[in-house]
Design a protein around this ligand. Structure first.
Ligand code: F6R
Length: 241
């Protein structure tokens, strides 16, 4: 595990984007695993800037997202499909045929998840997986006590996650109760895992995840065993370690 300590959110975003940029420059047809949530937004902004400056070319890049709410249509502004278009895809020259998210509108969970695993396998796996960290230690939608060895699967969201995500919806009632997510096994197979963490509110869980025991109670803790895991976190998030 490599830890890159940054001054603040902007510094974290720039450094994380630089790592992704290096991946794109050294392997133009790389497979990027992408995340949503508030933390990576600044990272995406920096990547868009890199594209606008002429430093980055996304024309051959392929992407797979971590997760998607079950039952939200793509046009819904809270869908992760919408988020990715809004924050990255529509601003760069990525071929939309090369971008992938689980199909939230497929009601058959087994089918949706098997199809998504097949997509990831057909691409030869993920070169670099970007992650955020949930307050309960979740990565993707792999909630505490989930098993470590799952592929893409359907999860029931915990009250904590529904509570955290309700800020994006009109009310907690509108937050979908289920999601499709890459599993820990899928995430652990990525050649490189890059996590971005910012803010004092993440300090305790960051400490638990990376300076405590490896346990399914803190899903992110498994990343301690990943051979190429880079944590880019700001001073506030690292304040307890
Ligand atoms: C996003 C995702 C989630 C978030 C996590 C942190 O695709 O899968 O695991 O990374 O909930 O979210 P933020 O960055 O909003 O604190």
């Amino acid at each position: 595990m490599r830890i890159i300590k940054t001054k603040n959110y902007d510094d974290m975003s720039r450094k994380a984007a630089n790592i992704i940029a290096a991946q794109i420059i050294t392997k133009p047809d790389c497979v990027l695993g992408l995340a949503t949530g508030s933390t990576p937004i600044g990272t995406y902004k920096n990547l868009v800037e890199g594209y606008n400056n002429g430093d980055l070319d996304f024309s051959q890049v392929k992407s797979v997202n971590l997760d998607e709410y079950k039952g939200l249509p793509r046009e819904n502004e809270q869908s992760y499909f919408y988020f990715m278009h809004d924050n990255l895809f529509k601003h760069v020259n990525i071929d939309l045929n090369n971008t992938n998210l689980p199909d939230g509108m497929e009601p058959d969970s087994d089918k949706a998840c098997a199809e998504y695993d097949a997509v990831i396998a057909s691409m030869g796996g993920v070169d670099l997986q970007l992650l955020g960290l949930g307050h309960d230690g979740h990565i993707g939608f792999n909630e505490p006590n989930d098993e470590f060895d799952k592929e893409t699967h359907c999860v029931d969201l915990t009250e904590m996650t529904i509570e955290a995500n309700k800020r994006f919806f009109a009310s907690a009632d509108e937050v979908p109760r289920q999601a499709y997510t890459m599993g820990i096994a899928t995430i652990m197979r990525a050649k490189c895992v890059l996590m971005v963490v910012s803010g004092a509110d993440k300090a305790q869980i960051l400490k638990d995840a990376f300076f405590g025991p490896i346990t399914p109670k803190v899903p992110a803790s498994i990343l301690q065993l990943h051979p190429n895991f880079i944590l880019v976190a700001d001073e506030a998030a690292l304040s307890l370690v």
